[in-house]
Design a protein. Structure first.
Length: 489
């Protein structure tokens, strides 16, 4: 059983924390590691070190700054399957899903190696006779990421590579529930050639987060997690003058039009709803069928939900793993029961699941609930489990209204063969990520991850040019060099 370490100033450090969180394999309930719940003192040391090293790192030419990222990319690829296996063990998603997560992490590292071009400013000569004006981008100082449990590797990479390549130094606070993957990634960071103190990691929970939010040396905070915590992070960090972006929870609707190609779409939709056991901020959790789509869709989704292979994500052929914890299983099963009490009908019931050989695991099988009352808890709260609620309307306008009635705005999808319907949907829905005949509209590394409404607090998002904007501050210089001052050479 592993004791997770911190990594500060290029050294592995045993935390002085008195309390620890358990890292548990959710398929077997086996204890894998203990995460130290460090506090202000450990965060303070890491931030002071990163702030000191920033003075040197920002002066390193950008071509040199991206060299360790090239190396890190190679090391991540060499260790790809080991990292994916670790993700499955501590977080529960299948090995293939974990490989998908790693792919996006690597893609973001590759993207940030383009920083010599990405962080260029712009200029105009002769804004007035003999006067030139330029915009240059400079790094902020110490940046941070506070990460959730459901992507132990990828989410840190929405931010960290861009922060480092633009000349910031960095502190990562992984989720205390899944800290082994990031510890392994830091073993690779250690070999990548970053100068000591440029990249740091402190483990902990709320006290460590509060220390980050209050530390005067931290200039930028990125957070991904649940909406209540995202709101807290955004208000605290901005009140203390930091640049902040906080991505929150989701409740993603998918609209099925009567002309949708059901045969090709059903697997995509099932993967969106039940992939990663529904523990994805881009999981479809509400289906809105329009007109004649209701009968064929319901029949097909019942079939795929009932037949999905559930088990340990490292076993061959498994299509869906467990949810993260016993508490999570209990909460999800409570929501399913509550929906029936509010008038819905449970068509496929995944409660009380036992998986042979993994009787201690936290499994909820795919669940389909129909006639969901649009005002009920299941219609509005984030389930974060493999539960699909079905609703029905007669027109696209009604469907768009249902989509826009919710507080969250992470993703909204439509399945149709009609370009006009698709365009209307794209134009009118209040969501930052939109899928047209796509189940999980997850932006590539060169596009921003753009949640709206209660799914995002801030201005600039993660990944690509948004991340460059976020981790740099603009400086505008206006210059005049009168001719008569020039010496004659
Ligand atoms: P969480 O909010 O419980 O925890 C996220 C991080 O915040 C962890 O590092 C944790 O230590 C810290 N934290 C928890 N409670 C805190 C508190 N009271 N004060 C300060 N810090 C605190 O989220 P989670 O359960 O780990 O992750 C699942 C959530 O993340 C879901 O709501 C999901 O939708 C969301 N998520 C969103 C996105 C997105 O892009 N919008 C992506 C992935 C996950």
């Amino acid at each position: 059983m592993e004791k997770i370490l911190n990594y500060v100033n290029g050294e592995w450090i045993s935390s002085g924390a008195k309390e620890y969180a358990d890292v548990i394999n959710p398929a077997t309930a086996e204890l894998l590691a203990k995460t130290p719940l460090g506090g202000a003192e450990e965060v303070d040391k890491a931030v002071l070190c990163a702030a000191q090293v920033f003075k040197e790192w920002r002066r390193v030419p950008v071509l040199e700054r991206v060299k360790p990222l090239f190396k890190l990319r190679e090391l991540l690829i060499e260790n790809f399957d080991d990292l994916a296996r670790t993700i499955t063990m501590e977080c529960g998603k299948t090995f293939e899903e974990a490989r998908g997560e790693m792919l996006r992490a690597v893609e973001n590292v590759a993207m940030a190696t383009a920083m010599p071009i990405m962080m260029q400013g712009y200029n105009n000569e002769d804004i007035s006779a003999g006067i030139d004006e330029m915009m240059i981008r400079q790094p902020l100082g110490v940046g941070t990421t506070i990460a959730p449990f459901n992507f132990p590797a990828m989410i840190t990479f929405w931010f960290m590579p861009y922060a480092l390549a633009t000349g910031n130094t960095f502190l990562v606070k992984p989720s205390e529930r899944v800290s082994i993957t990031m510890q392994k990634i830091f073993r690779l960071i250690d070999q990548s050639g970053f100068p000591k103190g440029v990249v740091n990691m402190v483990n902990g929970a709320k006290p460590a987060v509060d220390a980050i939010l209050n530390h005067p040396g931290v200039r930028a905070v990125t957070f991904v997690g649940s909406t209540p915590v995202a709101k807290y992070i955004y208000s605290q960090a901005s009140a203390s003058g930091k640049r902040v972006q906080a991505q929150g929870g989701a409740k993603n609707p998918t609209v099925i039009m009567p002309d949708a190609d059901m045969d090709t779409s059903i697997k995509i939709i099932a993967d969106s709803a039940f992939g990663s056991a529904g523990q994805r901020c881009l999981a479809t959790s509400v289906i809105i069928t329009v007109g004649g789509a209701r009968e064929p869709f319901t029949e097909m989704i019942l079939n795929v939900a009932s037949n999905r292979v559930v088990g340990y994500g490292l076993d061959n052929g498994v299509e869906m793993g467990p949810v993260i914890s016993a508490q999570s299983k209990q909460r999800i099963e409570g929501l399913i029961g509550g929906s029936a009490a509010e008038g819905a009908r449970i068509l496929v019931d995944g409660r009380d699941s036992k998986i042979s050989g993994y009787e201690n695991g936290y499994f909820v099988r795919p669940t389909v609930v129909t006639d969901v009352n649009p005002k009920s808890e299941l219609a509005f709260s984030e389930v974060f489990g493999p539960v699909l609620g079905l609703m029905h309307v007669e027109t696209l306008d009604e469907a768009i209204k249902l989509v826009n009635d919710r507080n969250y705005g992470n993703m909204a999808n439509i399945f149709t063969r009609d370009g006009g319907a698709a365009r209307k949907f794209r134009y009118e829905v209040e969501a930052g990520n939109v899928g047209v005949n796509i189940g999980v509209a997850a932006p590539m590394a060169f596009f921003p991850f753009s949640g709206w409404k209660d799914s995002f607090f801030g201005d600039m998002h993660g990944q690509g040019m948004d991340a460059v904007e976020f981790f740099t501050q603009k400086k505008v210089v206006i210059e005049r060099w009168p001719k008569e001052w020039s010496r004659k050479f």
